[in-house]
Ligand binder design. Structure first.
Ligand code: FMN
Ligand code: MN
Length: 488
């Protein structure tokens, strides 16, 4: 059974020994970050701050800051199980005969059951406030010393494509400017930014409606982070992941729906011609992302539960909570990548590569130039377009063993020959790029080189002992007086 809401998941975490309540008064300005950073890096629990300074509402952080908690959220033992479920659906494409079609029916019915359900009301409407409210009622964090202010770090930002009417949900941080105004930091390649551009182009209205939900069941909260294609509804995908529809309820003041079980909802708009300086912000690169111009969100109505819990997270020098979420996303989407590119064997993104800086891809190489073809594929695959460095290795390299990757890939390259540079979109947070959002990317072909690729020398084998000798020594081992294992 899916978690109904944030508090049901909190109960579960508590039962599993994965939550610590903190009753001491702690300041959301810097202090909560310092505590959380230490706890996450030590592999510690989720933290429920019961008395954040200056607020009557408790704050939850580090909710998904470990592999175990991400698995609890997804109700699996391993994210691989989700990948397998997705593979099941992908495999059922274009059935041949009648029997195959019949076999598909239950699965299709199951998908239908995941669609979001519109309900008449919900706990997020327990308190409805159209005036006299302030964002400062919530313990909004100032995360790091040089941050430009307080930031809402885990908002589910909901917009509609003005052309198709389809919904998007994205997590884009919101800098608090005053009690009812924030920044809207959707980066230029993200779907919220695209809706904004489309609305502007149409020129029909001076503003675009935006709803923001804060705090929901863990899968809905995660769904805003998923890199899924435009116009594929994140709430539908969340329903698929939690195996139960997400309940959505109409906003009070505009034509958007929000998760009915949310803790807090902000309704408002962005003006299509208003931009304001946003940042700096201590970001998940481990550096401050610098100031930039972004749209401004004006909150016109706030609804929440009677006793709302404020969900937030911090980013900063890795690993942080977002790494554990990203790791699960990487596992879940591997089968989708492999459907389109079956030659991909495995993919890894080390924490220190902060997702967009480094992707290691193992392929089963079949033709000359295959590694470069995969680089192009990745650079055209949704948010993977932002990958700064792609290292392509052969299928017999374990991409999760970074020692092996460094060893074998550096042995496999002639740098001048094997490096591919391209120009294109880069991550907004890349402070080294020549300009914001545009720059170069690099692919390293670290596969074995073939004669058909112009390599005329012999390629040596990796050194390995022969099996007979290994067996013999295995049997002798205990008589040798050596410590350690006889197994290699
Ligand atoms: C804690 C956290 C904060 C994030 N902040 C931002 C942000 O400020 N701007 C942004 O464009 N993406 C941000 N992201 C990444 C997006 O949520 C992610 O790229 C998502 O897939 C975007 O959704 P979309 O594809 O529907 O635009 C953040 C992710 C996390 C985990
Ligand atoms: Mn989207």
């Amino acid at each position: 059974m899916a978690y109904r809401d944030l508090r049901e998941f909190i109960k579960r975490l508590e039962k599993e020994g994965e939550l610590k309540r903190i009753s001491a008064e702690v300041d959301p300005v810097l202090e909560i970050t310092e505590i959380t950073d230490r706890v996450t890096k030590a592999g510690g629990p989720a933290l429920l701050f019961e008395r954040p300074k200056g607020s009557r509402h408790p704050l939850l952080i580090n909710m998904l800051g470990s592999k175990r908690r991400v698995n609890l959220a997804l109700e699996v033992n391993d994210a691989e199980e989700v990948a397998q479920r997705i593979r099941g659906y992908l495999d059922m494409q274009t059935p041949q005969g009648f029997l195959d079609k019949l076999k598909m029916l239950p699965k299709l019915a199951e998908i239908g059951a995941f669609f979001p359900k519109t309900v008449k009301g919900g706990p997020c409407k327990e308190v409805i406030r159209k005036d006299g409210f302030s964002l400062l009622e919530f313990p909004i964090l100032k995360c790091w010393p040089q941050d430009g202010g307080r930031y809402i770090t885990w908002p589910l930002v909901i917009t509609k494509n003005p052309e198709t009417g389809k919904r998007n949900v994205g997590v884009y941080r919101m800098q608090m400017y005053d009690e009812r105004t924030t920044g809207m930091h959707w980066q230029t390649q993200k779907h919220g930014a695209e809706h904004f551009r489309r609305a502007k182009e149409r020129g029909e209205r001076p503003r675009m409606e935006v709803a923001v939900a804060i705090g929901a069941d863990p899968v809905v909260a995660m769904a805003g982070i998923l890199p899924i294609p435009p116009d594929l509804d994140e709430m539908m995908f969340a329903g698929f992941l939690r195996r139960e529809s997400v309940e959505m309820v109409a906003c009070e003041t505009m034509d958007l729906e929000v998760p009915a079980q949310a803790e807090i909802v902000l309704e408002g708009y962005v003006n299509l011609d208003e931009m304001r300086t946003e940042g700096p912000f201590g970001d998940h690169t481990g550096f401050y992302s610098l100031e930039g111009d972004f749209p401004v969100f004006h909150v016109t109505c706030m609804t929440h539960r009677k006793d709302p819990i404020y969900l937030t997270t911090i980013v900063g020098p890795p690993p942080q909570e977002d790494f554990f979420i990203g790791q699960a996303i990487e596992r879940v989407f591997l089968p989708v990548m492999r459907m389109q590119y079956p030659e991909i064997v495995d993919v890894a993104m080390p924490a220190e590569g902060i997702f967009h800086n480094l992707m290691i891809v193992a392929i089963r190489k079949s033709y000359p130039g295959h590694a470069r073809k995969i680089m192009s594929a990745i650079w055209s695959l949704g948010q993977a377009m932002l990958t700064k460095v792609i290292v392509v290795v052969d299928h017999d390299v374990d991409v999760h063993n970074y020692g092996e990757v460094v060893w074998k890939s550096l042995c496999a390259i002639d740098p001048e020959r094997d490096v591919q540079f391209v120009l294109g979109p880069v991550d907004t947070l890349d402070h080294a790029a020549r300009m914001q959002d545009y720059g170069s990317k690099m692919g390293i072909d670290a596969t074995r080189k073939w004669e058909s690729e112009g390599f005329r020398r012999r390629w040596p084998d990796v050194i390995e002992m022969d099996e007979a000798t290994r067996q013999r020594i295995e049997q002798l081992w205990s008589t040798l007086g050596l410590s350690g294992s006889s197994k290699r």
